[in-house]
Design a protein around this ligand. Structure first.
Ligand code: FES
Length: 318
């Protein structure tokens, strides 16, 4: 009788371990999705998005599988009726042991939780970078460069202007090479090329004389604009690493990976207004009849076409 009282009850977790969840590829698929997110953050943000979607799908399927296995685990065999125990024996054994939580389920769920937390840490900032620009004004302000008379036909000028209203010229200063191409179908045509090198962003210089003595200052809503005639007979040259561009901004030589960016423009009440920057794959022809293959603005060093454009690191919003 005493031996029966001292025999321990069969541990609950042994039965649970007999009903472990069936082996599944879902954890590996989930890990693959997380890995794709990490690779995508380095290579291309579309891959990161695809990884996020896969991680969510497989993570969800994994949770369902785990919880279904736990729910489907058969009820343990009813334990035989215990022999009546004397009060003295209960006092010796102490209070009844609480039901234990199966260790395997705890490990499954905690692994899943840690994986989900890591996935969220990786995907939430990436999604923020993608979505936030749609809600936060990221584009440049339009810039008033003054009346069209300041831009003689078929001649390049350097226009130096404030990128934001109210900033001193030497703080928010930008520059563009602007050529008035004359009329096209009754509408003024301009070539407006950014001076930011497509390699690592140094300011490019005109490959020809700059007529400093003819510089003039134009008062505009954006502050003072300095306009200086130039003759870029040899196109544009970058002093930093020798990048070279033709008169339309196409890359000719050196380390830049594409041509110079351009500005959108508009004519409002006889004044030239600059809009957003965009990047250019190639310009065929010149002047007002040029065919411009334009793409969204890319960062310095970022390819705008070809396979390299898929293998370049993610760019922050411009
Ligand atoms: S920054 Fe222009 S060539 Fe390097």
């Amino acid at each position: 009788m005493a031996d029966d009282l001292e025999r321990p009850a069969e541990p609950a977790h042994e039965e649970s371990e007999q009903h472990l969840p069936a082996p599944s590829i879902l954890p590996f698929a989930f890990a693959g999705g997380v890995a794709l997110i990490l690779i995508g953050l380095i290579i291309n943000w579309w891959l990161a998005v695809a990884g996020g979607v896969l991680a969510l799908l497989f993570g969800f399927a994994w949770i369902r599988a785990v919880t279904r296995d736990v729910r489907a685990a058969p009820e343990p065999e009813p334990a035989p009726e215990p022999e009546p125990v004397s009060e003295l024996a209960v006092e010796e054994e102490g209070p009844e042991e609480p039901e234990r939580y199966p260790r395997s389920v705890f490990l499954e769920l905690s692994t899943l939780g840690v994986g989900a937390a890591i996935g969220a840490l990786v995907t939430v900032p990436a999604l923020g970078f993608m979505i936030a620009p749609a809600f936060v004004g990221q584009g440049d302000e339009d810039v008033d460069l003054g009346p069209l008379e300041n831009f003689p036909e078929e001649q390049y000028v350097i226009a130096q202007f404030n990128s934001k209203k109210g900033e001193p010229l030497n703080v928010g200063r930008r520059a563009a090479f602007i050529r008035n191409n004359g009329q096209l179908n009754g509408v003024p045509s301009f070539t407006v090329i950014s001076n930011r090198c497509a390699h690592v962003g140094c300011p490019v210089q005109p490959g020809g004389p700059v007529f400093d003595k003819q510089e003039k200052t134009v008062r505009t809503a954006n502050g003072d604009v300095l306009i200086t005639p130039v003759l870029p007979a040899a196109g544009f040259i970058c002093p930093c690493h020798g990048g070279s561009y033709d008169q339309e901004g196409n890359r000719i030589a050196g380390p830049p990976v594409r041509g110079l960016d351009r500005y959108e423009f508009d004519i409002v009440n006889g004044r030239l207004i600059l809009g957003d920057l965009y990047s250019v794959v190639k310009v065929e022809g010149s002047g007002k009849t040029a065919k411009i293959e334009k793409v969204e603005l890319h960062g310095p060093g970022q390819h705008a076409d070809g396979p390299e454009s898929w293998l370049y690191p993610l760019q922050p919003p411009h």
